[in-house]
Ligand binder design. Sequence first.
Ligand SMILES: NC(=O)C1=CN([C@@H]2O[C@H](COP(=O)(O)OP(=O)(O)OC[C@H]3O[C@@H](n4cnc5c(N)ncnc54)[C@H](O)[C@@H]3O)[C@@H](O)[C@H]2O)C=CC1
Ligand SMILES: O=C(O)CCC(=O)C(=O)O
Length: 445
Amino acid sequence: MRDRVEQIYDDVVGRNPAQPEFHQAVREVLDSLTVVLDRHPEYTARKTVERICEPERQLIFRVPWQDDRGEVHINRGFRVEFSSALGPYKGGLRFHPSVNLGVVKFLGFEQIFKNALTGMPIGGGKGGADFDPKGRSDAEVMRFCQSFMTELYRHLGEHTDVPAGDVGVGGREIGFLFGQYKRITNRFEAGVLTGKGLSYGGAQVRTEATGYGAAYFAAEMLRARGSSLDGRTVSVSGSGNVAVYAVEKVQQLGGRVLTVSDSGGYVVDERGIDLEVLKQVKEVERARISEYAERVPSARYVAGGCVWDVPCEVAIPSASQNELPEEAATTLVRNGCRVVVEGANMPTTPGALRVLREAGVGFGPGKAANAGGVATSALEMQQNASRDRWTFEHTEARVEEIMRAIHERCQATSEEYGRPGDLVLGANVAGFLRVAEAVHAHGLV
Ligand SMILES: NC(=O)C1=CN([C@@H]2O[C@H](COP(=O)(O)OP(=O)(O)OC[C@H]3O[C@@H](n4cnc5c(N)ncnc54)[C@H](O)[C@@H]3O)[C@@H](O)[C@H]2O)C=CC1
Ligand SMILES: O=C(O)CCC(=O)C(=O)O
């Protein structure tokens, strides 16, 4: 089946030129699927893999808006509705200047399998815009969100497509997007977006869920190795939504988090990151991470440095794709890192993954390890549908249980397919099998 897989990959590259991130995401999944196609010839006959690699719908649209000085800007918006095999398209929106169709497709493709792993009834999609919210006023961000939604709303619906946040899209942006959707449609359709504020249909723990989930996943991986987070040194990259709450939960579980970062550099604090200062700097003031080091005497800021140079036992990359390259993996291994857990989507390059595998470092792929966010979004949809509200404690217990189940499913699948402990294979195969079954059930659509 290797030849068949190579042929599918070549076709994907040929049909989607100049989309390197999408190719990378597809390559990783296809590499895991050879063993599945060997066992299930029907997937080859029915072109199941080829169908899953082709998005159901790809939307690109103009987003015009005016800044505070009256200057007109034109951005480009995207929504890739990748797969509705398991439920409405579900996945976040990213506002960042690097966003293009290939980036959105890589994220949407990953989302299909991630969402399948949660066991919840959600399909896969992703969207965003090449808009840079950095340095923009609240009023500018609001005008941008309103213009973005003025086009996107016609494609959304609680049973159709349900976006949420991602890089550059948090509670503030979701509020503006929801307000505009409500205004245009004249419907209070709470389930059309997740990550909403608690006052208008948001779920407890959604803000914390991705980071908490990654920490729970790390704890499960360590438990499978007869260890725990208690007393472990941990490096986290990024300082956004995922990073902040990964730090919080790791600390609650007894780990000492040494680092956080942003695109300008990293902070190392051997006494353990001060969460209160971190939240003040990043969530309240939206300032650079260098500010943290200005305020905490035990911290040092390294401008332009690589966060993975800091020795740690557990690494949780939580910033962006391909932020952990091969050289960084080599450094982590040399410094005794035992487990890498992806809080971000595809932060580890293929070369880095090879180095970690060869060194026997435990590796938790993003589509499993960061699924806590989207799983909680599904819990938000569930509460919206039944007009219910759950407590923080109840919701958090559900998230922990879901993360344990995902780890267990990935582990069991890796064993069933002859590569025990290979959670990349386990996640890809378990996610694929669930989607493939539904794809068949629906006939040729
Ligand atoms: N927010 C969510 O619920 C989920 C997010 N993710 C993924 O987690 C990652 C982070 O997302 P969020 O925390 O939501 O975004 P965010 O916008 O809250 O934060 C992103 C952070 O990464 C930093 N960053 C960006 N590029 C960097 C670089 N090259 N080096 C170091 N830091 C850099 C930014 O300064 C910022 O602090 C992304 O890969 C995203 O797709 C995955 C699952 C769910
Ligand atoms: O909560 C969601 O719907 C999406 C989260 C997301 O974008 C992701 O898992 O990468």
